[in-house]
Design a protein around this ligand. Structure first.
Ligand SMILES: *Cc1c(COP(=O)(O)O)cnc(C)c1O
Length: 463
């Protein structure tokens, strides 16, 4: 916010419609967690008090978005709402072809249905879990190349979402450019702390990709948060409007896929946008098979209207200032309570380092998930594990842990106020005092892909 001289950052909205929170007793939460197989994805939302499971599809829409919903044109083909949406995406991304899909992973599945396959390798700063799964299901492999400081959670470097350019070049040599259909930059990098990618890194990645004739795509679920963090942290962009920063980010890419459930401030939606006509043709073919006709792509006309409006609102700098500051506020509170987090805080949430916080629980007993369960039991707070439950594997019967054991506290957009966050911090203060008594878990039922959504666990009887 350029002209706000006060120290207190306020929510830049007032509330028109409210929804009650799910207050429960400790006993009710114990029952709910047991019934859910110690996997909070299976807890009913009305038994959750503060829901920080995800920032995906959980945004509060604005009065203007609700008004746009009423304007939705529900024609099967050629709906006016499609052209409103297409214009919003083209103005932002500069891409020639715009394909709506019902959510981000549909864009991934469509893209890798013809770009994936055995022998192919996709390179990225880090693949989001559904991106990785869609690549692997196609028979291709997904390789993450984050900068080394991304793994140093204490290191307050401003752009820990960057791809490692040296490793990118050597990976291209190793796998061969002709076997690499795409390089992806996930902005911000969701899997490793919501950390932003710098403009310099996007530009340098594009240069390398151009040299080897590999298309660069942005996985742009949080493009606005990334653009705002560039403005804050990359000096030459300090005075540039965030919208122009976002447009510049897209200008280096040949395509992008977006989960609109994040930075388009809607509850459902997504798109694939790209320049290559032949790829667009193949994508539309696949779209019709699984999603619908190219002017609605698995959505209602009204959803396209709400997305178009959300893509505008998310670039409001007052909104972004509040958004990034409220995440930082939670991070500051947790650090004061002695809870180790990934520093600096990034775009959409705070990531607790459960490996350090619960150092008495080994990875095979899922320290991240143990913390998730304890947060729910103590305060009705729902979070998500990003650790061995999500990424751990069994190879020939042997457990291979993930590289990190994180718990993400994702912030829904425009949903909670400061007192909700103060409450979360208070619950963490309580947990920090008795953390040594928190026990690990064992896996009762696992799944090969996207294990964390469906897995069932049980508490270990003694510490
Ligand atoms: C959420 C997300 C996706 C997948 O999108 P869905 O809308 O959940 O299908 C892909 N990439 C990133 C970076 C995401 O955050």
């Amino acid at each position: 916010m350029t002209s706000w001289p006060w120290e207190t950052i306020i929510e830049p909205f007032k509330i028109k419609s409210v929804e009650p929170l799910g207050f429960t007793t400790r006993e009710e939460r114990e029952d709910a967690l047991r019934a859910a197989g110690f996997n909070v994805f299976h807890v009913r939302a009305d038994k959750v008090l503060i829901d920080l499971l995800t920032d995906s599809g959980t945004s509060a829409m604005s009065a203007e978005q609700w008004a746009a919903i009423m304007r939705g044109d529900e024609s099967y083909a050629g709906a006016r709402s499609f052209y409103v949406f297409e214009k919003a995406v083209k103005d932002l991304t500069g891409m020639r072809e715009v394909i709506p899909v019902h959510q981000g992973r549909a864009a991934e599945r469509i893209l890798f249905s013809f770009l994936g396959g055995a022998g192919k390798t996709v390179l990225a700063n880090a693949h989001f879990d559904t991106t990785r799964a869609n690549i692997e299901v196609s028979g291709a492999q997904a390789v993450d190349l984050p900068v080394p400081e991304a793994w140093d959670f204490e290191n307050p470097s401003p752009f820990k979402g960057d791809i490692d350019l040296r490793r990118l070049e050597s990976a291209i040599q190793e796998y061969g450019a002709k076997n690499i259909p795409l390089v992806i930059l996930t902005v911000t990098n969701n899997s490793l702390g919501g950390q932003p990618v710098s403009m310099r890194n996007i530009r340098d990645t594009a240069k390398i990709c151009l040299q080897y004739r590999i298309p660069l795509f942005l996985d742009c679920a949080r493009f606005a948060e990334n653009a705002y963090l560039i403005k804050n942290r990359e000096a030459v962009y300090a005075k540039k409007p965030v919208r122009e920063i976002a447009q510049e980010m897209f200008s280096y890419a040949q395509g992008c896929m977006m989960s609109a459930k994040k930075d388009a401030l809607v509850n459902i939606g997504g798109f694939l946008a790209l320049n290559d006509l032949d790829w667009a043709k193949q994508a539309r073919q696949e779209l019709i098979l699984g999603e619908g006709f190219p002017t609605y792509g698995g959505l209602a006309g009204r959803d396209l209207e709400a997305m178009a409006r959300g893509l505008e609102e998310v670039l409001d700098e007052e909104y972004l200032h509040y958004r990034i500051r409220s995440v930082e506020y939670l991070g500051d509170g947790l650090m004061e309570a002695g809870v180790p987090i990934i520093r600096p805080t990034g775009g959409h949430g705070v990531y607790v380092d459960a490996k350090r916080f619960l150092s008495h629980i080994p990875p095979e007993q899922y320290p991240g998930q143990a913390l998730v369960c304890e947060l729910y039991l103590a305060g009705g707070i729902r979070a998500v594990e990003i650790g061995s439950l999500m990424f751990g594997r069994r190879v020939n019967g042997r457990f291979e842990p993930a590289k990190m054991e994180l718990v993400r506290l994702a912030m829904p957009r425009r949903v909670y106020t400061q007192s909700h966050i103060d409450f979360v911090i208070e619950v963490f203060r309580d947990l920090a005092q008795r953390k040594d008594s928190i026990r690990g878990l064992r896996l009762v039922e696992g799944f090969e892909h996207l294990n964390h959504f469906m897995a069932k666990l049980a508490p270990l009887s003694t510490a």
